[in-house]
Write a protein that binds this ligand. Structure first.
Ligand code: 13P
Length: 250
């Protein structure tokens, strides 16, 4: 059985004052039936990991460098993030691919670096609106998966998050059939590469405008093992019902 995962990506939001949201989440979900992960900005990882240390809440990072250390001003390495208390790291998010010109090859190196530091790599991929309208979605997904997922990936150290770019922060979500198609395709692609049994263990998240109001419908889709949530993860008020919806999903 794949353990479901509700992951929050705070992006470039959050200061010390936001840590009360984590305290509320911990108090509201003391013994969740699923994994819960929040990826705050790197400035808050140490404090977030500290306050969640005796709780089931896990803390992750939003990016890492591909090297373990060195002359890379302003960057953070996977071992540093693990040392700060992170247990996972988002990699290949479309905002990194687009805003920082991250290629599939670079993302693959970062995933390898995360694995070497014993962090769970949450590999993000997804098509643009133009690609979907040109019926290229599955080709784009296949390319991203093949090129940005290194051979070190296992169901334990890697999670895949399908995030169509046009659904991120827009309030738009794909249809149930569209999400089901991509997730089934991801499962099949993982099967071709790692073998069917291994592929069945990988957790596949959907991300892009997941809200309390649509979470239950999304979690009912086959091969959706959880969500990667942006805006609605910023407050316990919005994220808590998403957690509950995932716990209630079968
Ligand atoms: P939103 O939930 O705000 O659409 O963001 C999704 C996302 O990019 C999570 O990584």
């Amino acid at each position: 059985m794949r353990r479901k995962l509700a992951a929050g990506n705070w992006k470039m939001n959050g200061t010390n004052a936001s840590l009360t949201e984590l305290q509320t989440l911990i108090a509201t979900h003391p013994a969740p039936q699923i994994d819960i992960l929040i990826c705050p900005p790197a400035t808050l990882i140490v404090q977030a990991a500290g306050l969640s240390a005796d709780s089931p809440l896990q803390i992750g990072a939003q990016d890492c460098h591909s090297a373990a250390s060195g002359a890379h001003t302003g960057d953070l390495s996977a071992p540093m993030l693990a040392d700060a208390g992170a247990t996972a790291v988002l990699l290949g998010h479309s905002e990194r691919r687009q805003g920082h010109n991250e290629s599939n090859g670079l993302v693959a190196d970062k995933v390898s670096a995360a694995h070497a530091a014993r962090l769970i790599a949450i590999l993000c991929l997804g098509e643009s609106l133009a690609q979907r309208e040109a019926a290229q979605t599955l080709d784009v997904i296949a390319d991203q998966l093949r090129q940005s997922l290194p051979d070190t990936a296992t169901a334990t150290n890697t999670v895949i998050a399908y995030e169509p770019i046009w659904a991120i922060g827009t309030g738009l979500t794909p249809s149930t059939a569209q999400i089901a198609e991509v997730h089934a395709f991801l499962r099949a692609q993982l099967g071709d590469r790692f073998g069917r049994d291994a592929a069945m263990g990988f957790r596949l998240l959907y991300g892009g405008s997941v809200k309390p109001g649509n979470a239950a419908d999304i979690f009912a889709i086959a091969n959706v093992d959880g969500a990667l949530v942006g805006g609605a993860s910023l407050t316990a008020h919005d994220f808590s019902p998403i957690i509950t919806a995932l716990e209630n999903a079968v």
